[in-house]
Design a protein around this ligand. Structure first.
Ligand SMILES: C[S@@+](CC[C@H](N)C(=O)[O-])C[C@H]1O[C@@H](n2cnc3c(N)ncnc32)[C@H](O)[C@@H]1O
Length: 335
């Protein structure tokens, strides 16, 4: 059963309230010390691979197959040389020293998503489900549908979608499933992710007898998409805000507001810092340290007032739902 967590107005004072600032400050300081960061990141990556293998996923085999491509040529074909990388982006993420700008991150992302999300449906975070990633994504679509109904938005009027921070397109494909008659434009700053995404798209199209897919992957910054004002019905950001400092999230919300038509919606699926699961993690030095080792902007994210920032960006109404015991779906309407 779906539980309405709260209306946006009621959440505005909540961010950061129950976190342990001393613990977070200490962990932040430790991560400025490279040997500590390197050891914690190595440990976190080892855990992700180990869990993937325990789910029966052939990590090494999949990597071998994927690596047999001319990736540099593929990257050249998708790159926009005018793109500039903000300094918050050129950081280590997810235990990769070059963050999202490396082949390992791009080639491993589908397996890593299956591994990391295997436990998300279990409130205790213990029971592993090989379908956890798929369930997380379909629950986003389901909750999004409920939020649209609440805001009086007709889903049949959604034909132009932009997926900001699409990576290889896992979230874009879920949007195509949820809105089968829509066209999706995926925007990402990483040419590595986009090159792998295009390769996977070519394979899907070939497997479907050449039937084209309504997904276009574009190299660019979500803060400045270059899309015309008022040209989009729905903007989605799936699992992106936790990789951003607050200022960048707010810039992106303003860009989403600009490109949406009146009556359009900004939809965000993200970790829910107010959930009991995350409150438990944030109160535990070991769990928080492991988490922080893969996410440089975690503290900025968990203290972000998301509905308040959406309203600041110009959105008139904001509503939200719990999409898993640790994720939320937040939808804002441009009037
Ligand atoms: C955790 S991944 C989520 C990918 C995908 N949406 C999903 O649900 O699997 C975050 C993605 O956001 C991208 N990203 C981060 N900051 C960005 C920005 N300012 N503009 C465009 N993409 C960005 C990263 O390159 C990465 O691919």
């Amino acid at each position: 059963m779906v539980r309405v967590v709260c209306q946006a107005q009621q959440t505005a004072s909540a961010p950061g309230k129950q976190f342990n600032p001393l613990l977070m400050g200490a962990v932040e300081a430790l991560f400025k010390f490279p040997p500590f960061f390197n050891a914690a990141a190595k440990n976190a990556r080892g855990m992700i691979i180990k869990r993937a293998e325990s789910l029966g996923l052939d990590w090494e085999g999949a990597m071998r197959d994927l690596k047999a491509q001319d990736w540099e040529a593929r990257m050249k074909a998708v790159s926009n040389p005018a793109v500039q990388y903000p300094s918050y982006y050129t950081q280590p993420f997810h235990a990769y020293p070059s963050g999202n700008l490396c082949w390992e991150a791009a080639l491993e992302v589908t397996m890593a998503a299956k591994s990391v999300h295997a436990i998300v449906m279990d409130p205790a975070g213990k029971q592993m489900d090989p379908e956890g990633d798929a369930r997380l994504r379909s629950s986003y679509s389901a909750r999004l549908g409920e939020c649209l109904a609440e805001l009086g938005v007709d889903p049949s009027g959604v034909s132009r979608i932009v997926d900001l921070g699409c990576a290889t397109g896992l979230s874009s494909l879920e949007l195509l499933r949820a809105f089968p008659s829509a066209a999706v434009t995926g925007v990402d700053l990483s040419p590595h992710f986009l090159a792998v995404g295009k390769y996977e798209q070519e394979r899907r199209v070939a497997a479907n007898g050449g039937a084209p897919e309504a997904l276009t992957l574009v190299h660019g910054a979500a803060e400045a998409t270059g899309l015309p004002a008022g040209s989009v019905d729905l903007v989605s950001m799936c699992l992106v805000c936790h990789e951003l400092p607050q200022a960048a999230t707010k810039d992106i919300m303003r860009e989403a507001f600009r490109i949406l038509r009146p009556g359009g919606v900004l939809c965000i699926m993200e970790m829910n810092p107010q959930s009991a699961v995350f409150q438990r993690i944030f109160g535990n030095p070991f769990a928080y340290t492991a988490f922080k080792s893969t996410e440089p902007w975690l503290q900025e994210y968990i203290t972000l007032d998301m509905p308040g920032s959406m309203r600041e960006a110009g959105f008139a109404r904001v509503t939200q739902r719990e999409s898993t015991p640790r994720h939320k779906t937040v939808v804002a309407l441009k009037q």
